[in-house]
Each structure stands twice: as C-alpha cells, then as structure tokens.
Design a protein around this ligand. Structure first.
Ligand SMILES: NC(=O)c1ccc[n+]([C@@H]2O[C@H](COP(=O)([O-])OP(=O)(O)OC[C@H]3O[C@@H](n4cnc5c(N)ncnc54)[C@H](OP(=O)(O)O)[C@@H]3O)[C@@H](O)[C@H]2O)c1
Length: 362
C-alpha cells in the first residue's frame, strides 16, 4: 500500500523558490490511471525557469509540484487498467499538474500515457527524454493544429520513403531536443542530416544519425557558406530549431530552407521574431510551413499522436530505434534538484541530462 503522505519538491507560491516538504499528499489513481513510485526524475530547462519566472504562464495552481520527466515502478492501478500491472517498470511525463509531477515520491498518470521500460534501458535513461521527444514529434508528426508541420509519420504509408534523400538542417543537435530531432529525421530517411553543435559531440551525434556536424560557434555567414557543399547542392526541405533561443540561427535556418519546406522551432514563447520571418517569406510567395512546437500530447491536435507514440515507445527503445539521453546523476535526490537547476541556468549542461534518484532524498 502506498503511504498517504510523501516527500515532494514544491513551489509554495509564484516566484518563490523550491521547498522540500515531507507531508505532501500522495495522489490516488482514478479508474483509468496508475500510481507510480518514482525511482528517477530528470531536470529540464523549464523546471529551472518556473521558480525563477513565476510559472511562465504554464502553472495555474500554487503550491505547485515541479518536474516533468520521470521513471519508476507501478504501485497501484485503477479498476479499469489492464495494460500495466503493479510492479511494472514505466516512464512517463507530467504536464504542469501536481498529481503527475515527477519531483515527488509518487505520481499518477493515465495508463495510456505510461510506457513500459524494456530490459536494455535503465530507470535513469528512461527518465531522460519524454518531454524532449514529445517536443520534437508533436512539432513534426501531430496530425492537427497549428503546432505541427505535419510530416507523414514513419508508421504511415510512405512515412519512411517520402523524405528519403532530402536534406535536413537541425540547429542545436547537442541539446536533448536536438538529439531526438536527429533520430526522428533519420527514421524518416532524410539525408544528409546536418546539425550544428559543439565539435566534442560529433561522434555521438553521428551515432544518432547526423551525417555532418557543423561547429555551432561558427558565424552565420560561415555556416551558410558551408551548406552547399554539405548538401551536395540539394535544397534543404526541413529545418529544426532545437535550441530555440538564437535568432541568428533561426534567421539562417529560415533563409536556408527551400520554398515549400518545413520549419519547426521549439520556442513558442518568442513568436514575434518567427512571425516576422514568416511575413517576409510570404511576401516572396515561398510557401514555407512553420510550426511552434509545444511538447505535450494533451493539447488539441496532439492526442492521437500521443496514442501512437505510447503504443510504440517501448519497442523503439528495445530495438534501439530511439536512444535516450546520456545521464549525469546528481546526489541527494529531490534535495539535489536546485543544484541541477543552477547548472541549467548557468548554461553548464552539455550533452547530458541531469537526473536524481528520488530515494536518495534526505
Ligand atoms: N516548446 C517546448 O515544449 C519545449 C520543450 C522542451 C524544451 N524546449 C526548449 O528547447 C530547448 C532545448 O531544450 P533541452 O532540454 O534539449 O536543452 P539542454 O539539452 O538542457 O541544452 C543544453 C545544450 O544546449 C546547447 N547549447 C547551448 N547554447 C547553444 C546555442 N547557442 N546553440 C545551440 N546549442 C546550444 C549546449 O551545447 P554544448 O554542449 O555545445 O554546450 C548543451 O548541450 C530549450 O530552449 C528549451 O527551453 C521547448
């Protein structure tokens, strides 16, 4: 039986810092939900920025339990749940909802929004990527709504052939998001897949599917000059802005994109700049498609994709179709999260996902 109270890292009120409490209520699963005892939780940039910037418009109730990505063991299942059982190892993402948050010992989630962890993947690895993968796939494969460029997903007819041999350009391949943008582009057959990143990530990003890694420290003019040789003169049909905070890169990518091509940015909070690029392009009649990705399967237009993804994730991980992020484990469980958030804010996270072990919480 799960206890009735638990340790949780809460934000008591808007713009207050994290506070570790020991008497937070353990949520009860509804009929179609599961209760998960968390083993590992990962830190995303948004987790670091919410306590600093008052919820970023994403938080509707305070106190707020932070944390989006996690993995653990099913502790209880609702009366109607048949897809998972007590004792199963699973991973899932929360979504700005205290009951599903991962910076606590126990969380609930809908049974169709958890995936079993295959034997070749650790809890730490499984905790690393749900949000960042969702951010990529909702921006490219969601079938509806304004947040997707609607590429044909790889499980649909022609989804792995339609884009074969087309050039893709991914800005910020070293980010967690970028690593999944590369892997998804590889699944679809894009080639070449050119990415900007620090040169130290070259071998790893090539192992994920990048064909060329361009030093992200080069100037926009230098990157632009290098592209024709790297594409072999092919038009660039797809650009993914995986970093989302570099206007030079966004302008470069949007400009380099071929007419009719698809541009996805992960920064939906900076709409004006991208809108200006779109207007410029529309005036020229270029027909470039733009999506501002939002990493959630629960917003309108993304639900069907969520069902498809959760039906496939375990198999993809087991087969190595998707490779999780590399992991750096921080000490002290929930009490170590502030140190991780500080690293995020200082820009000290490099090619790794910061993870804590919940049971190490003092
Ligand atoms: N829209 C959404 O729903 C959504 C969801 C998740 C994330 N995001 C956004 O997506 C972005 C990436 O998130 P993440 O979790 O993947 O980040 P992350 O992995 O924590 O980012 C760290 C990486 O950023 C790289 N980096 C730093 N400055 C860069 C630059 N100017 N250009 C390219 N790469 C740079 C670093 O590269 P080095 O290793 O070379 O230092 C480092 O590896 C963030 O802006 C985040 O806020 C959006």
């Amino acid at each position: 039986m799960a206890p009735t109270t638990q340790k949780a890292l809460i934000i008591p009120a808007e713009t207050q810092p994290h506070k570790l409490v020991t008497d937070w209520p353990v949520p009860k699963p509804g009929p179609t939900q599961v209760l998960v005892k968390l083993v590992s939780a990962a830190i995303n940039p948004v987790d670091a920025y919410i306590p600093l910037f008052g919820g970023l418009g994403l938080v509707s109730t305070w106190p707020f339990v932070n944390g989006i990505d996690g993995a653990g063991i099913v502790e209880e299942v609702g009366a109607e749940v048949t897809s998972v059982a007590k004792g199963d190892k699973v991973f899932f993402m929360g979504g700005f909802d205290n009951r599903c948050a991962t910076f606590q010992e126990y969380a609930v989630q809908a049974a169709n929004r958890v995936a079993k962890i295959p034997d070749n993947i650790t809890f730490d690895q499984a905790a690393t990527f749900s949000l960042c993968l969702a951010t990529v796939v909702t921006g490219i494969w969601a079938n509806d709504g304004p947040n997707s460029v609607r590429l044909t997903p790889p499980w649909e007819t022609n989804g792995t052939t339609k884009y074969a041999g087309q050039a893709a350009l991914i800005f910020g391949g070293g980010t967690s998001v970028g690593q999944f943008a590369i892997q998804c582009a590889r699944m679809q057959g894009f080639s070449p897949i050119i990415t900007t990143a620090s040169p130290k990530h070259t071998a790893f990003l090539q192992s994920l599917g990048a064909t060329h890694v361009v030093d992200r420290a080069l100037s926009p003019a230098e990157i632009t000059a290098a592209l024709p040789a790297l594409t072999g003169g092919k038009p660039i049909q797809y650009v993914h802005d995986s970093f989302g905070r570099d206007r030079d890169a966004q302008r470069l990518g949007f400009t380099a994109l071929a007419p009719g091509g698809a541009f996805v940015t992960v920064n939906p909070r900076n709409p004006e700049f991208i809108a200006d690029l779109e207007v410029e392009s529309e005036k020229k009649g270029e027909g470039k498609r733009v999506a501002r990705a939002f990493g959630s399967y629960e917003i309108p237009g993304n639900g069907k994709l969520g069902d498809e993804m959760f039906g496939r994730l375990t198999g993809w991980l087991e087969a190595g179709v998707l490779v999780p992020n590399r992991v750096e484990v921080l000490p002290n469980g929930l009490a170590g999260i502030d140190a991780g958030c500080e690293k995020v804010v200082k820009g000290e996270v490099s090619g790794m996902k910061l993870v804590v072990h919940i049971s190490e919480t003092p």
